[in-house]
Design a protein around this ligand. Structure first.
Ligand SMILES: *Cc1c(COP(=O)(O)O)cnc(C)c1O
Length: 361
């Protein structure tokens, strides 16, 4: 088998090797049916089984009951920045946004095109290095919903617990930490996540929506933009991204086989600790870019003493087989994305490399 690199890319990102090998085995002829998943009708019996299993396995993983619909849509998390306000802002036409990074800003920007946006809190003045405290949130009890971003992929911060929003529906962009731990679904009205960070290939976006919210979707909406139409048609209003759903389904089975999301969370905490211990224990050579209590388990961001050293670090790391360590172009520095599928061994080897690099530079 060909050698694989340690892929620290923020997204599209690493997938479990077991999933890739299984997909490879079935690529030419899915379970001996004579065609690949890419070539079969999305309304045929085989694909119907694939999508129903993906739905059932995702429900098992997160404990999602019948009061929610699960949709597998397209357009990335970016389309959700529009679909959320278009469907859910009426009739009050005002919503609260908690701004903790670039993606949250983009979500708020689209919402402003639909109605009144109240920025309930923003940590922009602190370079998004932290998550706001509950006491900082200026929430409107009459808002149509509260939107927040559970993990800030670019800035490397993550909410430890959900914001408390009373009876207002809570909406979460979980694109970069979806399925990294179990959630209390009672707290949520809608969760969306582009697949390419933690659950599958680019092209699929999972939307988990409380069925009671579907009555807000108005007939005047363009058809693809309407959650109710997708829910009524069980994701089959138009041709969904069949291959992406199939791979995401394999990832759900992989997570169940690994012992579920509590086990995954344990591993994620352990992996992140190895890396943060190396950063915080480096006598200031490596500097975390966030306050430690809000540091992300998924995207670990840090700096070196100079930009020249950062460039050298990235170049030398590449030669050792560590890819994707360059921070987002808007912030620089180093970003190690260590999603569910990223092996602990890769984190340990990166830490060893960091230790050697510091000694030599
Ligand atoms: C990557 C990302 C997005 C954008 O996803 P697309 O699929 O490119 O639209 C949105 N939100 C968060 C938190 C992300 O990490």
């Amino acid at each position: 088998m060909e050698k694989r690199i340690f892929n620290f890319s923020a997204g599209p990102a690493i997938l479990p090797e077991e999933v890739l090998l299984e997909a490879q085995k079935d690529l030419f002829s899915y379970k001996g049916c004579g065609m690949s998943v890419m070539e079969m009708s999305h309304r045929g019996k085989i694909f119907d089984g694939i999508i129903k299993e993906a739905d059932a396995d995702l429900r098992k993983l997160l404990g999602i009951d019948d009061s929610f619909s699960i949709l597998f849509l397209q357009g990335g998390a970016t389309l959700q920045f529009s679909m959320v306000p278009l469907n859910l802002m009426p009739p009050a036409n005002k919503a609260d946004y908690i701004v903790t990074g670039a993606w949250a800003e983009k979500a708020a920007k689209e919402a402003k095109k639909v109605g009144t946006v109240n920025i309930a809190a923003t940590t922009k003045a602190d370079n998004f290095a932290r998550i706001p405290k509950q006491s900082e949130l200026k929430l409107d009890p009459d808002a149509s919903y509260v939107h927040y971003t559970s993990n800030n992929t670019i800035f490397g911060t993550e909410w430890r617990t959900e914001p408390e929003v009373g009876n207002v529906p809570l909406i979460c962009d979980a694109s970069s930490d979806f399925l990294h731990k179990k959630l209390d679904m009672n707290k949520y009205s809608l969760i969306y996540a582009g697949a390419q960070k933690n659950i599958g290939p680019a092209g699929v976006t999972v939307v988990i929506i409380k069925k009671s919210l579907l009555e807000r979707s108005q007939d005047t909406l363009h058809t693809y933009m309407n959650y109710k139409i997708h829910a009524d048609n069980e994701t089959m209003y138009n041709t969904p991204t069949t291959f992406g759903i199939y791979i995401a389904g394999l990832v759900f089975k992989w997570l169940l086989n690994m012992g579920g999301l509590d086990e995954m969370y344990k591993r994620n905490v352990e992996k992140a600790k190895i890396l943060y211990d190396a950063i915080y224990g480096s006598d200031g050579y490596y500097k975390g870019t966030t306050v430690p209590e809000d540091a992300s388990l998924m995207n670990v961001t840090y700096r070196l003493p100079s930009e020249e050293l950062e460039k050298k670090f990235i170049d030398e790391a590449k030669k050792k087989g560590f890819e994707g360590l360059k921070g987002h172009r808007s912030v620089g520095g180093i970003r190690a994305s260590i999603y569910n599928a990223f092996p602990k061994k890769g984190v340990e080897e990166l830490v060893q490399f960091m230790h050697d690099f510091k000694k030599n530079n």
